[in-house]
Design a protein. Structure first.
Length: 171
């Protein structure tokens, strides 16, 4: 093999390692919001601080999580996708696709300890509001909508794990 081919092969391998896997719309189909200092790749692979999926919600990040108690929660997070960001007067609606049906589920404010009166960074469903056919977070499909004041942000919820990585999910 010539020196030039070795050099080219090494350069291409190095670029591939630096770039990692290609970006995908694994948990969000919302266009880039231009938030600085956010590792877009981490949003797809790392679980949020509560073990859920990270979504882009306009100026916020959201983490959608579902507990064994069948309660679904959306946590409003800052640009680091980790810090709680309490919002005042916020509302959250899940627009679920369940088979051929569409089910809307309202998530009520459920403030975390220490959050100011009237503000909440967590919004939660009741267990009985989630259709029985949804057994875990992987069964949630549709979109989530966060409204704060007059501003509405939404993100698609999907679980596309078909990009060559093993995340340990049984499909």
């Amino acid at each position: 093999m010539s020196f030039e081919r070795i050099l080219l092969s090494t350069a291409l391998l190095g670029c591939g390692l630096m770039l990692g896997c290609p970006a995908s719309n694994e948990y969000n189909a919302v266009p880039d919001t231009g938030v600085a200092n956010v590792d877009e790749h981490a949003h797809h692979h790392d679980a949020g601080p509560h073990g859920g999926h990270i979504l882009e919600l306009g100026e916020y990040h959201g983490e959608l999580a579902m507990g064994e108690d069948r309660i679904v929660s959306l946590y409003v997070l800052g640009e680091d996708a980790k810090s709680a960001v309490p919002v005042t007067g916020g509302t959250v609606t899940l627009h679920l696709e369940v088979g051929d049906n569409h089910v809307d589920v309202t998530l009520a404010p459920a403030p975390l300890e220490g959050e100011a009166e009237g503000a909440s960074s967590r919004f939660s469903s009741t267990a009985d509001a989630i259709p029985e056919s949804i057994k875990d977070i992987e069964g949630i499909h549709g979109k989530v909508e966060l409204k704060v004041g007059e501003k509405v942000s939404s993100a698609a919820i999907s679980h596309d794990h078909g990009h060559g990585h093993d995340h340990g999910h049984d499909h």
